[in-house]
Design a protein. Structure first.
Length: 351
């Protein structure tokens, strides 16, 4: 199985991608709206078929990216029948499973943080995705959204703690740089629910925490009740059909560039030694070696969208980043560089 743990710094949210390596069927758990381009790019780059975006609950601290991924890829939206999210393509209850390839996740109802909290247990019980029910050395708060410390105690002790001790715990959040734990660790060391803590200890702890109100709750909850569907769609660049890669860079296909050369500026950042040895280039391309670019920014025009290129498309990514840092807004890297350009038989100047 292919597994990725992703992180959103601003909300402290973990997003998980699980995929069956043979069928390429995949699911996301707890996506973040602002990370849509990252999550979309990862699925595309890995050649996956995203079947669903699963939510562990209706979040109060960030807006889900589920609807945007459904709009882009046609995947399903999946959450608890009690989550208060509409629309859903599949509403899960205790014991329901969601399959991706030969694997599946089983829903375990774990209310307490909210009424609609569910945890997802991998088919071999080697992993559990606990949302905000069980955190690493902590648990979700219970002072809003139908929260109940009593329910949460029993969700943790009666359900989650019944999983094998070596089952890895992957929570929806962590704010201290911790990425995972285990059921055995949390049973022993969790300061709220572990060790010899009983129901009274747990409830007494949570009811006296006095936490600040989540900053985004007034925006996040109503948005998440609609599965993250925006009032207006995010504006996509109008100057070119660019794609944001998983590394965060804007990329454009050689075919599109070749068909729109008159509307673009092309910057070739190969070294002088390379261009002396091989004079082939895109017709009209400006030549500024990458090692000279910072000192020669004044020579680079800004009257048209700018596409960067090098031999393989690697150094030109850096060139695009340098230009963005210095005020260029319409700049993208030509995918695959001159090697892919030539492989696709696109027009060149043999100068």
């Amino acid at each position: 199985m292919l597994f990725k743990q992703l992180f959103d710094q601003s909300s402290g949210t973990y997003t998980y991608l699980l995929a069956d390596e043979k069928s390429r069927d995949a699911v996301y758990i707890d996506t973040v709206y602002e990370q849509h381009e990252r999550d979309l790019a990862l699925v595309r780059e890995l050649g996956l078929n995203l079947k669903a975006c699963l939510e562990t609950h209706c979040h109060a601290d960030h807006v889900t990216g589920g609807w945007l991924l459904k709009d882009a890829l046609g995947c399903e939206l999946v959450a608890s029948v009690h989550a208060g999210i509409d629309p859903l393509d599949s509403a899960l209850q205790e014991g329901d499973s969601y399959a991706f390839g030969k694997h599946h996740l089983t829903a375990m109802e774990t209310p307490g943080h909210t009424d609609g909290c569910i945890s997802f247990v991998l088919d071999d019980q080697s992993m559990v995705f606990t949302g905000d029910a069980l955190l690493i050395r902590g648990c979700g708060r219970t002072d809003f959204q139908q929260g109940s410390a009593k329910k949460l105690f029993h969700s943790i002790h009666d359900k989650l703690f019944s999983l094998p001790d070596d089952c890895i715990v992957y929570p929806a959040h962590d704010y201290s740089g911790r990425s995972a734990s285990s059921i055995g660790e949390e049973k022993q060391y969790n300061p709220r629910a572990g060790g010899k803590a009983n129901e009274a200890d747990f409830i007494g702890f949570l009811e006296n925490m006095r936490l600040p109100h989540p900053r985004q709750i007034d925006i996040a909850v109503p948005a998440n009740q609609k599965a993250g569907k925006p009032e207006t769609m995010p504006v996509k660049p109008q100057w070119a059909p660019v794609v944001c890669t998983y590394s965060g860079n804007l990329e454009i296909t050689p075919q599109w560039v070749a068909a729109h050369l008159a509307e673009l500026n092309i910057l070739d950042v190969r070294t002088r030694a390379e261009t002396d040895e091989e004079s082939v280039r895109i017709k009209g391309a400006q030549l500024i070696p990458i090692n000279e670019l910072r000192e020669r920014l004044g020579e680079v025009p800004q009257d048209k969208p700018l596409m960067t290129i090098c031999r393989s498309g690697r150094r030109s990514v850096l060139a695009a980043s340098i230009l963005k840092e210095n005020g260029w807004t319409e700049v993208a890297n030509i995918k695959g560089g001159l090697l892919q350009w030539l492989d696709e038989g696109l027009p060149i100047d043999k100068g």
